[in-house]
Structures are given as structure tokens and as C-alpha cells.
Ligand binder design. Structure first.
Ligand code: TYD
Length: 223
């Protein structure tokens, strides 16, 4: 069996990495083999491109050039990390993927959706997430979570966190529109609540969409 490909999307401070960590633990307890990865990044070359973009070095080139760079990183990530894992039967949990380019560079950055679609076809070569969780919350709530986390860790803001509230509101709308256009793949999760409730919402959506992963059939059998 080939592995399942599950992506997590959403604005800043939605709690994706916490939820990926929790889902990974639950799937490993089933037990299943899981790989957690992220974009931009997830392969040696893609991590180098990540550093370049998030330090803001491509900002002056404009959102289209940034979309091209995210795509270049994605090509390497798909070829070197994601596809080989799926082919080995490993389930892949990915923190951001092609929907982020649609939302950040497309809707918020105003790059033509046709161009974004072409870049997506080149990078994905037919690969499509089995399920995409869109962690949704008001932009102000997400940004204030990020602010608090950075103050605790003494970190600075990255390229996209520096954008204004209007950018982040457009981003939220863009993710919701993506989910509405593709309800078979996307599940919108209310992320404006405590992490345990979000974890349960993700698990129950997964049980409906991919029951073979949540071990339900096996547990029912044993009982
Ligand atoms: P990261 O620190 O991983 O942020 P987060 O925790 O919010 O996922 O930084 C990734 C940033 O890059 C984030 O601001 C979203 C942005 N991004 C794009 O603009 N386009 C893309 O295609 C991807 C994958 C990310």
C-alpha cells in the first residue's frame, strides 16, 4: 500500500505544528509509520531556499518571483522526500503545501491564479493530498499568538509575519475559498479553541475520511 498524504494549512499562529506533532503520535500508536515534514523546506536544498525567502531576501523581486522560489523548493521536497516516503508506504504529514502558494502569493500577493496553477502542475506532477486540514481562526488572534511566542523565545518576525492585518485577513478568506472549492479534499477546523479540542476535531475528521489510518476497523474487530 502507498502512504497517505495529509497537509495542514492556515494563517500565522493557527497551531499547525502542535497539531501535526499530536497527530503523528496518535498515528504512530496505531501503529503506523509516519513522516512529518514542512514547507518551505523538507529537503536539504529546499531548506536553503526557505532560509533565503523567510529572511526577506526575495521580497524586492515581488510575489511572483517568491512563488517561483516556493515552487523550486517544492519540486525538490516532492521528489526527494514526499514521493519516496509515500512509495515506501509511509504516511506523510506536511506543514503547508501548494495551497499556501495559492493563498499567500495568489490571493494575498495578487499573483495571477493561472500562473500559480501552472507552477503547481509543474511541482506536483499529479500528486494531490488525500486530506488537507485548514486550521481557521481570526487573523488578529493568530498574529497575537505569534507575537506572544516570539516574545517568549526572543525571536524576530519573518517575511510574512511583517505584512499588515489586511494581508492576513485576505489570507484567511483565501484558505476558506480553497476549502469551499474542494470540499472532497479539504476540512476546515476551527482553530480558535484549546489544542485538545482541535486535536479531537482533526482525529474525528480523519476517522471519517481515512478510517484505515485511525485504526477504528482494527479496534472494533478486537472488541
Ligand atoms: P513558517 O515559519 O513555517 O510559518 P508557519 O509556522 O506560519 O507555517 O514560515 C513559512 C512562511 O512562508 C509562512 O509565513 C507562510 C509562507 N509561505 C508562503 O508564502 N508560500 C508558500 O508556498 C509556503 C509553503 C509558505
Amino acid at each position: 500500500m502507498t502512504g497517505r498524504f495529509i497537509t495542514f494549512e492556515g494563517g500565522e499562529g493557527a497551531g499547525k505544528s502542535t497539531q501535526i506533532g499530536r497527530l503523528r503520535q496518535r498515528l504512530e500508536a496505531v501503529p503506523l509509520e509516519v513522516l512529518a515534514t514542512r514547507e518551505p523546506g523538507g529537503s536539504v536544498r529546499a531548506e536553503k531556499i526557505r532560509a533565503f525567502i523567510l529572511e526577506g531576501k526575495a521580497k524586492h523581486l515581488g510575489p511572483f518571483a517568491e512563488a517561483v522560489l516556493f515552487t523550486a523548493a517544492r519540486i525538490d521536497h516532492v521528489d526527494r522526500t514526499i514521493l519516496p516516503a509515500l512509495q515506501r508506504g509511509v504516511h506523510v504529514l506536511c506543514d503547508r503545501f501548494a495551497d499556501s502558494t495559492r493563498a499567500y502569493q495568489g490571493a494575498s500577493g495578487q499573483v495571477d491564479p493561472e500562473l500559480i496553477g501552472s507552477l503547481e502542475r509543474i511541482a506536483l506532477k499529479g500528486l494531490r493530498p488525500d486530506v488537507t486540514f485548514i486550521l481557521d481562526l481570526p487573523a488578529e488572534v493568530g498574529l497575537s499568538r505569534v507575537g506572544r511566542r516570539q516574545a517568549d523565545l526572543g525571536e524576530g518576525t519573518d517575511r510574512f509575519e511583517q505584512e499588515g492585518i489586511g494581508f492576513h485577513q485576505a489570507l484567511r478568506e483565501a484558505f476558506l475559498a480553497i476549502a469551499e472549492a474542494d470540499p472532497e479534499r479539504c476540512v476546515v477546523i476551527d482553530a480558535d479553541r484549546d489544542p485538545d479540542a482541535i486535536e479531537e476535531a482533526i482525529w474525528s475528521a480523519l476517522r471519517e475520511r481515512l478510517p484505515e489510518l485511525t485504526g477504528e476497523t482494527r479496534a472494533a474487530h478486537v472488541a
